[in-house]
Design a binder for this molecule. Structure first.
Ligand code: PGA
Length: 267
């Protein structure tokens, strides 16, 4: 099967309404040209941005008028509604035009106490209520230096998916491998490091969930830029990117989309 390639921009705590609108507009307007000359065999491409909750309503019209631009939330509540101060549930996000949520980003795990258990609740609830989930996993530098990167990531993955069964694992589950040491540091995993981890993740998903698990799109994140996107895609087994810093400007984000569209996948 040909897995969807996803190029997703995570704007984090950046872009107030005016800047968010400008960036979303630039991306929406440039998308057709950026994907115009795909490499032979390039899988379906899906492009999306994740503004802050408050900028979702302002940016939604650009996603709506360009159906190929997806709107994502940077997080989602573990419950649907109720006395949960500060949280935003799936139905509220869907009202704003959101189709997918990033869950378990390493910054949430490190600064806001998102444990694997909480992430598992968020993933299960979001999938159950019809949202696509981009589940983030990734090891720290100390885990990599100790040679424990694979075991760390696989246990994050299995604990974060503990509350979903193989029926819930369909195309609405996307995995993003983001080594913590590569996020916002300018230091990228080598294409081989990324590919090897993606293979380990895929093997685990196949073992746990069969063919549906094996066929999930697995994205790489961590200092992806226009200059390194093509070599990462060319390594194989990398089904797109979750992009932070380089997604804040329409031009650099679109250059990454173009690189992903125009790079041939190894057979
Ligand atoms: P970065 O962030 O591209 O700025 O490294 C990636 C992410 O946190 O998703």
């Amino acid at each position: 099967m040909s897995r969807t390639t996803w190029i997703l921009g995570n704007w984090k705590q950046n872009h107030r309404n005016e800047a968010a609108v400008e960036c979303a507009k630039g991306i929406a307007e440039g998308l057709e040209a950026a994907t115009a000359n795909p490499a032979q065999g390039c899988p379906q491409l899906r492009v999306g941005v994740a503004p802050t909750y408050l900028a979702l309503n302002a940016t939604a019209p650009f996603a709506r008028s360009h159906s190929e631009l997806w709107l994502l939330a940077q997080d989602v509540a573990a419950q649907e509604s109720g006395a949960f101060t500060g949280e935003v549930g799936v139905a509220m996000l869907r009202d704003a035009g959101v189709e997918a949520a990033i869950v378990g980003h390493s910054e949430r795990r490190a600064y806001y106490g998102d444990t694997n258990g909480l992430v598992a609740d968020k993933v299960a609830n979001a999938l159950e209520h019809g949202l696509t989930v981009v589940l983030c996993v990734g090891e720290s530098l100390s885990a990599r230096d100790a040679g424990e990167h694979e075991s760390t990531v696989i246990s994050q993955l299995s604990e974060s998916l503990a509350r979903v069964d193989s029926k819930a694992i369909d195309e609405r589950l996307v995995i993003a491998y983001e080594p913590v040491w590569a996020i916002g540091t300018g230091r990228t995993a080598t294409p081989e490091q990324a590919r090897d981890m993606h293979r380990a993740i895929r093997a685990h998903l196949a073992e746990t969930y069969g063919d549906t698990g094996r066929d999930r799109s697995i994205l790489y994140g961590g200092s992806v830029k226009p200059g390194n996107a093509a070599e990462l895609i060319a390594a194989g087994d990398i089904d797109g990117f979750l992009v932070g810093g380089a997604s804040l400007q329409a031009d650099s984000f679109l250059a990454i989309v173009t690189a992903a569209a125009q790079t041939a996948r190894p057979s």
